[in-house]
Design a protein around this ligand. Sequence first.
Ligand SMILES: [Zn+2]
Length: 62
Amino acid sequence: MSTPLLAVPRPYPGCVHCAGLVREWTAVTEPAAPEYDRDRANHIAGAIVAHRRQDEERAPAL
Ligand SMILES: [Zn+2]
């Protein structure tokens, strides 16, 4: 049984931290990559959502 992959997380526009997390997420969701890891991808996706929420509290998205 494998963990289903969650949807592509949406980073906060212009946030460097979110952009870095998305790059990480992209790396671990490439099935051909040696670092492919769905559990890790979902963990990173959660981190992006959490950070985006923080970003939006500081400045609402356009
Ligand atoms: Zn962010």
